[in-house]
Design a protein around this ligand. Structure first.
Ligand SMILES: O=C(O)CCC(=O)C(=O)O
Ligand SMILES: [Fe+2]
Length: 126
């Protein structure tokens, strides 16, 4: 999808993932495409089997500065919309863990705004 406004040209890019069953999963990561607009929410639509989704704060992962921050666990049901507003994707990693009991497929659609001519948003993305 391509949009144009007076200030900028931008794309909304849709990633589609099919998880055949509960063995298919996605490891801990942040969405870090180079041209991702950090100010714009990332929208994630779930279809099919409900699956767990886990956010883990970057400071709770490893290293000497490790902090005891509890992970945030969500259930992504069929038809649900998860919005990751700034700065969630800067500080929190996310994953969709294995759930062996799930036998049904799940489809995920993720909508991200991609800035064509990367603007200076003043937002710290690290
Ligand atoms: O399947 C999901 O809900 C997450 C997908 C995801 O994290 C991604 O496409 O970057
Ligand atoms: Fe992601």
């Amino acid at each position: 999808m391509f949009f144009q406004s007076e200030e900028s040209m931008f794309l909304v890019c849709v990633f589609t993932i099919r998880y055949n069953d509960g063995h298919d999963h996605i490891g801990e990561h942040r969405d870090d495409e180079r041209e991702l607009d950090p100010a714009c929410p990332i929208a994630s639509v779930s279809l099919g089997a409900a699956r767990g989704f886990v956010f883990r704060h970057r400071d709770a992962r490893t290293g000497s500065g490790k902090r005891p921050i509890e992970p945030v666990k969500l259930e992504l049901a069929h038809g649900s919309l998860l919005l990751m507003n700034y700065p969630t994707n800067t500080y929190w990693y996310h994953s969709l863990p294995v759930r062996k009991k799930v036998k049904m497929p799940r489809i995920n659609l993720t909508f991200r705004r991609i800035v064509k001519n990367k603007q200076k948003t003043g937002i710290k993305t690290e």
